[in-house]
Each structure stands twice: as structure tokens, then as C-alpha cells.
Design a protein around this ligand. Structure first.
Ligand code: MLT
Length: 262
């Protein structure tokens, strides 16, 4: 494991391959191990691939009761400074997408292109914020078990659930291994995130929008909205996948990224 001391945290990350940099931002409550197939493939096909564990998740510890998307985006910029990467293609899945929106908003000149997977631009409404706060409190008292039980059927498509026990096991393990403090802090950070809907038309880098056909968490309509507003964007809908497109259909996901990157 690599780690860097930045912004008062010890940030764990992978850094593999050489070539134009691609930064992979994981979702909630996961960690950089969700990108294993992408790191292996893209780092051997002409890219330098950097994948951090966002604060509070994976091997990066949380420092406060809330980890905002702004914090996470600034962590990514600081890591890029440390690794002497000026500009990168930034790819985020779900919460990673919220961080990517924040990153391109704060540091537009550092983004060569964007990949937005299973995410959405609007902020939460009041009810969604309340649900996140309830989840955060429940995680702090009960731990992560109920999260795995409640979400696996939404995260993965029926075909994945029926045919890919190894993917189910990896997703379950990531959830169960998440630190409750860090997961609760990320929930609160997502609840506080800003609405990027009106910023979409300001994104002026090539953008690939990816979504699983059967994603109930961030449905296809959310991606169609981003695609309709981001000028230079392309939409790829992946069949037989729900929320974890990159793990459920890694070959299709990798091919899409590779074509886009080249
Ligand atoms: C994720 O996968 O990152 C989460 O589903 C995002 C969210 O809760 O909005």
C-alpha cells in the first residue's frame, strides 16, 4: 500500500502504470479495491492509474464527524500535487461522481476528461438528507451489517446476484470492512453536498457518462440528464448491471474506458 500525508490525514492509494494519468474515485461505502479490474487493465494499457481511499473509507481514516465532498476533492488535488500530476482524467462512481463534480468545479484546469458512472448532479432533498442522518446514526450504533443486508439487492443486478458470487462477496466484504465512523462521516458529507445541476453546462471537457440499465439507486434518467447538459458527452448504458457497473461488467466497462481514453 502507498500512503501520503496530506491535509492532516494519511491517504492510502494505489498508483500503477505509466502514461496519461487516470484518477479513480470509489463509491460509498466502498474503497479503492472496487477498481481492481480497472487498475489491472488500464495500467497495462497505457495509463497511469491512481486510486485513493477517500477519507474515512478503506485504509484512510476519518478525522471528523463529516467528510464533505469538498474535503475529498481537495484531498485528490493534494494527492495529485504529491504525485506531480498536473492534469488527469477523473473517473468517479456514485459518491466518487459527487467528488468528481466538486473537483471539476474547484479545479477545472486539472481535468483532462471526466467519467461519471452511476451518479447524479442534483443535491439531496430534505427527506433524503434525513434518511442519510438516520443511516449515519444507525451505523454508529449498530455497525455496517444492516447496510450490507439492505443494499446488496440494489447494488447488483439480478444476473450478477444469480451468476457472480465472487462479485457479491467482494461488495459485501467492502461494506462490512468499512469503519462505521468513516461511513457515517461520508453519509453526512453526501447529505451536505451542493447541487451541480447548473454547473453541468460549464463542463467543457470530453465526458463519458456510464450507467447500469438496472440501477435503482441512480437510474438511467439521472445519466440522461447529465448527458443532455454536458456539451461534449457520450452516454453508455451497460446491460445486466445495476449500481456497481465496473465490477458487474468489468470487460464492457474497461473497453468503454479504454476507447474513451484513446
Ligand atoms: C454510492 O454508491 O456511492 C452511494 O450509493 C451514493 C449515495 O448514497 O448517494
Amino acid at each position: 500500500m502507498n500512503s501520503a500525508r496530506i491535509r492532516e490525514i494519511e491517504l492510502a492509494y494505489d498508483d500503477a502504470g505509466s502514461g496519461p494519468a487516470l484518477v479513480l474515485l470509489h463509491g460509498y461505502p466502498f474503497n479503492r479495491s472496487m477498481w481492481r479490474d480497472q487498475i489491472d487493465f488500464l495500467s497495462t494499457h497505457g495509463n497511469r492509474v491512481v486510486a485513493p481511499d477517500m477519507r474515512g473509507l478503506g485504509e484512510t481514516k476519518a478525522t471528523s464527524e463529516i467528510s464533505t465532498m469538498d474535503d475529498m476533492a481537495r484531498d485528490v488535488a493534494a494527492l495529485m500535487d504529491k504525485l506531480e500530476i498536473d492534469r488527469a482524467v477523473v473517473c468517479g462512481l456514485s459518491m466518487g461522481g459527487y467528488v468528481a463534480f466538486e473537483f471539476v468545479h474547484l479545479f477545472p484546469s486539472r481535468v483532462r476528461a471526466l467519467i461519471l458512472a452511476g451518479t447524479r448532479a442534483p443535491a439531496d432533498n430534505e427527506q433524503e438528507k434525513q434518511v442519510r442522518e438516520q443511516q449515519a446514526q444507525r451505523i454508529l450504533t449498530e455497525g455496517m451489517n444492516f447496510v450490507a443486508d439492505a443494499t446488496l439487492r440494489k447494488l447488483l443486478a439480478p444476473r450478477t446476484l444469480a451468476e457472480k458470487p465472487e462479485v457479491i462477496a467482494s461488495v459485501r466484504e467492502m461494506i462490512l470492512r468499512s469503519d462505521p465512523q468513516g461511513a457515517a462521516a461520508a453519509q453526512r458529507g453526501m447529505a451536505a453536498r451542493r447541487d451541480h445541476s447548473d454547473n453541468l453546462r460549464r463542463i467543457n471537457v470530453p465526458t463519458l457518462v456510464i450507467v447500469g440499465r438496472e440501477d435503482p439507486i441512480r437510474p438511467v434518467a439521472d445519466s440522461e440528464f447529465m448527458h443532455s447538459k454536458i456539451r461534449d458527452s457520450r452516454l453508455e448504458v451497460i446491460e445486466d448491471a445495476a449500481h456497481m457497473t465496473n465490477m458487474e461488467q468489468p470487460e464492457i466497462f474497461n473497453r468503454g474506458l479504454h476507447e474513451f481514453l484513446t
